[in-house]
Design a protein around this ligand. Sequence first.
Ligand code: G1P
Length: 308
Amino acid sequence: MMRDANPQSAIRNPHSVRKAVIPAAGMGTRFLPATKSMPKEMLPIVDTPVLQFVIEEAVASGIDDILIVTGRGKRAIENHFDFNPELEGFLAAAGKHQLIEQVRGIGDRARIHYIRQKEQLGLGDAIRLGRDHVGDQPFAVLLGDTIIDPPDGQRPGLRQILDVFEEKQASVVAVHRVPREWVSRYGIVDGEPEPNNRDLVRLRQLVEKPAVDQAPSDLAIAGRYVFTPEIFDCIDATGRGVGGEIQLTDAMNLLAQRQPMYALAWQAKRYDIGNRVEYAKCFIDFALRRPETAKAVREHLSKVLGGA
Ligand code: G1P
């Protein structure tokens, strides 16, 4: 489903990162009323939930152990990645064997675990809940409401920063350039570009949602991270930040003072599904790409926009 330009990228390396934590506990208030009874991570892009794209990206990047941080009202996530014998029996009786393959899909290819965040204390707190599962090993983080779509021919988003991790043996975060007036929506990073690779920045400072006139750069955190386990001590040492929440970005700022840390400025497109306009753009872009829907949707759009 997620395009993997280089399937070889999933080849297992016993020394590489094997576990990922996916925070998916947010209330989705920007998407009410849809999120009253449905997690925003389960919103469909054509026919596939957002979170399935995120997990497929992790699996295509060589990760086979995933901890999803959920919360109240998120049971649909567990049901989606579980078997559904009743549905499979129905599809088998109807001769729809290809659909059985699809509904089993990803739940078969990764070991998925769950933990619940009891209180909405922020992204830093959600990641901290992964500590016992992750142990003393490096691990990846993928935001469960963000789809990353690299240009054709490039490796999956997470794989790109795992490659940097494997080279540097240091924490890495993906970033992308945003218009200056948007910086206060994101974590913003600042540092020194590497002499041999201008897209790789050795980090000095990270700030969560700075005011436009205080942002140290226009490089915004894009929702994919690889951390050394020392991030957990940094989260413990982080008090409440912007919005009264324990911010992962503040903990990363501390980590960058303690050990080398890098940002990879990539070209991948990023869709933040918690944002209604980005959700609509993502749905349209993917519908225009899927062979079953592309032609009819293109025709419809040109009819609707014909007079625009
Ligand atoms: C979170 C992070 C922020 C990052 C953003 C990317 O913010 O705290 O650093 O830039 O995701 O989507 P949120 O979107 O949860 O407010």
